[in-house]
Design a protein around this ligand. Structure first.
Ligand SMILES: [Zn+2]
Length: 275
């Protein structure tokens, strides 16, 4: 299969069985997953004991990140019709609705239900690609920490572009395979974990993919994120290493009240506009 960003067939196998395009630098896990297997990655274990120890308990730290994201996107689109692709438990939408007509789409049924019933949000439960949305209708589409999870990110970008009005804004965040940390740590980088992470962009491969579908980069940020102490310990002890028992012991100390700001310069925030 050629590179989905630039079409090159000049590919090299790199660590952790990932493929790297020698031409544009896009990296991906060449796994043949069917829809059922993909849905399984995003069942409840993803939010509780998968990538997060407990996503709902992480709410305060997540909201700090989302408030900051809203500040950034407001500079380019202060109001209007907003769609969030992969809206999880709705914590971003819940803040964004103060300013936008905010709508979301989420594949995990319980997360979607929580957003609809507990937070009263306008969220569609289902797969973004197989759901119908109004074309040329949205002023703003956002997708936080989602691109890396997609097997076919180009199909998402193509559809997102078709949903945006002319001069509409697309904002996203994703991990950066070309960051210094990723280059030093290689397969030990905390973000290398297929099948949950399948697509690994760099600044340039992301700009290239967006441009292919008429989305022109207007701003790129290197922002860190607020994370609870509990989540940091969870990542260090459980995801990368296997110190589950130590984590369980420390967890009893209830450290997850505070949030710590960390910038490891390996996440890209991109704002692009539809030309
Ligand atoms: Zn390529």
């Amino acid at each position: 299969m050629p590179c989905l960003v630039c079409g090159s067939e000049n590919l090299k196998e790199t660590y952790s069985s990932l493929l790297r395009c020698s031409s544009c630098g896009f990296v991906w896990a060449d796994l043949d997953l069917n829809q059922e297997e993909i849905s399984k990655v995003y069942d409840d274990s993803y939010f509780f004991s998968g990538e997060y120890s407990n996503y709902v308990k992480e709410r305060r730290a997540l909201e700090k990140n989302f408030k900051r994201n809203i500040k950034v996107i407001s500079r380019y689109m202060p109001s209007g019709q907003l769609l969030e692709v992969g809206s999880a438990y709705g914590f971003f939408l819940n803040l964004a609705k103060k300013q936008y007509n905010a709508q979301g789409v989420e594949i995990n049924q319980n997360a979607c239900k929580y957003a609809r019933e507990r937070l009263g949000l306008d969220v569609i439960c289902g797969d973004f690609l197989s759901t119908n949305f109004k074309a040329n209708y949205y002023d703003l589409v956002v997708m936080w920490a989602t691109l890396e999870h997609l097997k076919n990110p180009h199909l998402y970008i193509e559809k997102i572009s078709s949903l945006l009005k002319k001069n509409g804004i697309f904002a996203c965040s994703t991990i950066d395979i070309n960051s210094i940390l990723a280059r030093i740590q290689k397969d030990k980088w905390r973000q290398i974990h297929p099948p949950s992470h399948l697509s690994y962009f760099s600044q340039s491969s992301l700009i290239m993919l967006l441009a292919k579908y008429g989305l022109k980069k207007i701003h790129l940020f290197r922002l860190g994120e607020y994370r609870s102490v509990d989540n940091i310990l969870y990542t260090i002890l459980t995801l990368n290493n296997k110190f589950h028992r130590l984590y369980s012991l420390i967890r009893k100390l209830h450290l997850n009240r505070g949030a710590v700001y960390l910038n490891t310069y390996d996440t890209i925030y991109m704002v692009a506009s539809k030309s």
